[in-house]
Write a new protein. Sequence first.
Length: 180
Amino acid sequence: MKKIKMFFFYFKLYLLNHFITYLPSHTIRIFALKFYGVKIGNGNFIRMYTKFLNPHNIQFGNSNSINQKVMFDGRGGKIIIGNNVDIGYETNIWTLEHDPNSDAHETVPGDVIIEDYAWIASRVTILPGVKIERGAVVASGSIVTKKVVSMSIVAGVPAKVIGYRRSGLKYNPSTRQFFR
């Protein structure tokens, strides 16, 4: 009986990540994501080809823009996205990683929190246990291994502060477009 339950769990996840997120209808994608357990506020735009692992641990505030091919790994903890967050193309957000010092290749879990008005550029990797505070910016290609303080701009591998933002944070990144 357990094998049958596991089969259907992974089959549903397969349908979500290889069929539903490929649909060109934003309305259907949002409806399906809510059905799968993702907590989604108002005014979010989640583009096509986004991947969700353990969708029940993922929640979005209001008015976020999630670009194509972003991967949300909720297997090891929660992913909490605030309001007015912009996440760029091919970003990976992980809540589970392996301990390199473990003889048994054990995993280490950790929640990821991205606060309001954060801007995550394309191809960023965010590791477990990271908090990105309000208004912070993460440059393209960065690997975030620790907390990013409010209004800072970080870049690199690992991401380090390279400046500070002076924006009034009055924007709404959520825009709807057909076939995206």
